[in-house]
Design a binder for this molecule. Sequence first.
Ligand code: ADP
Ligand code: ZN
Ligand code: MG
Length: 475
Amino acid sequence: MDYEAVIGLEIHTQLNSETKMFCSCPNRPGDEPNRNTCPICLWMPGTIPKFSDQVLEKATLAAMALNCEIQKHNAFDQKVYYYPDLPKGFQLSQFHKPLAKNGWLEIMTEDGVPKKIGIRQVHMEEDVAKLIHETEGRTPISLVDFNRAGTPLIEIVSEPDIRSPYEAMEYIKALRTQIRYVGSADCSMEQGTMRVDANISIRPKGSDQFNTKVEVKNMNSIHNVGDAIAYEINRQMGRLSAGESIVLHTRLWDPEKSITAPMRGKFEGPCIPDPSVPQIVISDEWLENIRSQLPEMPGRKVERFVREYGLPHDEGVLMSMEKDLSEYFEAVVQEGISPRTAVHWIASQLMPAMRERNQTLSNTPVSSDRLTELIAMLERDEINAKSAKDVMLKLFETDERPDVIVKKYGFKQVSDMNELEVLVDTILSANPDAVDDFKNGVAKAMGFLIGQAMQASQGKANPKLIRDILMTKLG
Ligand code: ADP
Ligand code: ZN
Ligand code: MG
């Protein structure tokens, strides 16, 4: 039997607001445990939560970035369950009246076909505290850190429109790009600011029924999500072909063993309207104000980069995937560097060097104006391509301007004809075999001779001039 997978993702993303959701404690879960707490977020009886405007703004921007319809009336519910990281016995979440509904994201399938993945809803939810299990010492103990308690999350629930591990990974990447663009969240699975739960079922290919699904949690990279889904699809196919049935339950991904293992039956507690946080009523005026804060989104930006700068589509996509990268690129181009050259330098020189040094555009010392100056020197033939790469590496080590570095370390290109002719003469007399080869029509001998001259000049000779002189001298 041929099966197809049916996949829906539930994604929790931590909003990067200044404060927690219902109090003025800092939203910094990683600080020294229990520093960022107050009676409200310690969930003391009798305290009254005060909903943060900034959280609503960031959540709304994110929902707009996901093409959702914002619900003018939305409200919080109490999702009831008891756990040591939730001592008040319920989590404030939105169930009956979510913030936003009916969104979508477009992805490319593995066949290169555009496909829309539906987003059922986006709702706000407070995070719970964090348990820290200490196993050292005589008795294992568990501690509770309330820094995370009451920090703001949005949960993004997709429709079961995803059909493969690849589509799931593309969907997560698209979602991350959109939400980062509006500046609402960092969306890093590695850092734990984005957590993905995957719901997976299988059915005979061509069928439109929805079968019993299994939920998989605990993946800590986008790649893990793809692997976990692929594993789970195979596991379910194995069970069905063995005549067994699929039971609704939750499984955990084990990244060491690359398998999923059963965790628990699926539990849902009651969800009842919360009386302590007022209903949220959104006015047209407020909504328009938020909409006006939306930046040019990546889809539009790609089109503009292709149209205005003549970039091939894939380079346009590359330069607009992250907002700060697109701004860096445009800053270089606006200083007069040709767009293709800018892409080349940013994508194949700067980014790999930054990655090696664990830097990002926000903390690299190679600012756009320093890179621009460097490329401009190359374009003016003051340095050659090889030296330009060396100068760029120096930009990481000092804060001197590129022209200072070129002078100080002697990177200046040698274009003096007399000097170059002397150099070429030396190379010719030292390599009579190559000269003969060239005269007998072995074209690659030319490359060899240029290489020798470049080496003798320690990479500083102007290779174009070297070639010209060689051509003249060899007739
Ligand atoms: P539950 O009530 O169990 O939480 P929901 O209907 O709320 O289930 O859906 C939760 C997530 O599971 C959504 O992302 C949805 O797209 C996905 N989902 C729903 N039904 C299926 C199915 N049969 N197979 C795979 N995923 C599904
Ligand atoms: Zn607090
Ligand atoms: Mg549900």
